[in-house]
Design a protein around this ligand. Sequence first.
Ligand code: MG
Ligand code: MG
Length: 257
Amino acid sequence: MIQLKSKRELDKMRVAGRHVAEVLKELARMAQPGVETRAIDQEARSQIRRRGLTSSFLGYGPGGAPPFPAVICISINEEIVHGIPGGRKLRQGDLLKLDFGVIFEGFHGDSAVTLPVGPIPEEAEHLMETTRRSLYAGIEQMRAGRRLGDVGHAVQEAVEAEGLSVVRDFVGHGIGRQLHEPPQLPNFGRAGRGQRLKPGMVLAIEPMVNVGGYEIQLKSDGWTAVTADGSRSSHFEHTVAITESGPEILTRAPAPN
Ligand code: MG
Ligand code: MG
């Protein structure tokens, strides 16, 4: 059952989304060689505290997975998603993925970005830019009357036209009072298929794109997903509301200041 959000609920989700975007912008400044990933988690925790928010991710543990021990997922290079912050230091040339979510007055916001650590190889740049473009190709389809398959198809087409592959094992999702609500939003699919989008739906769209094959493996920590062939991966995510006048990106990055 897809929960449609009221105007009042949507207002709360706008605030949650704005906080997520602002914190991610702050954290992006830490994408520097030598920074330990746990320092990024610590800064994210202090931002959450200062803003009076609750983490969406800390303690999250569906289906027998150990509770997630951090407020942010940090994944590097061949790590796709759900990396756990720790003692690893960022190195020049790394492709860093930050995935962050918070709760404001009972409503979640969820967004992810890929960031270069210093200059990165051309292959990584191409992967990152293609993934970003595929996100916006998908968002462009997030309009009342279109279908879930239109969104996934647009993402997949943008990715595969560049010779890259779309991860199948993780998908986007409805979002609201729960971090993950129906429906699932795959980053692949057939145009004209799937449920119709309606005003009041709020969906997190999050393409995960690999240089090599789309197969994944789970690391022994029970969380970190990596590419099976060791190739690089990129991830972008926005929380998007379907409105009468088109898609509204609730986690849009604040303007530069
Ligand atoms: Mg996320
Ligand atoms: Mg998500």
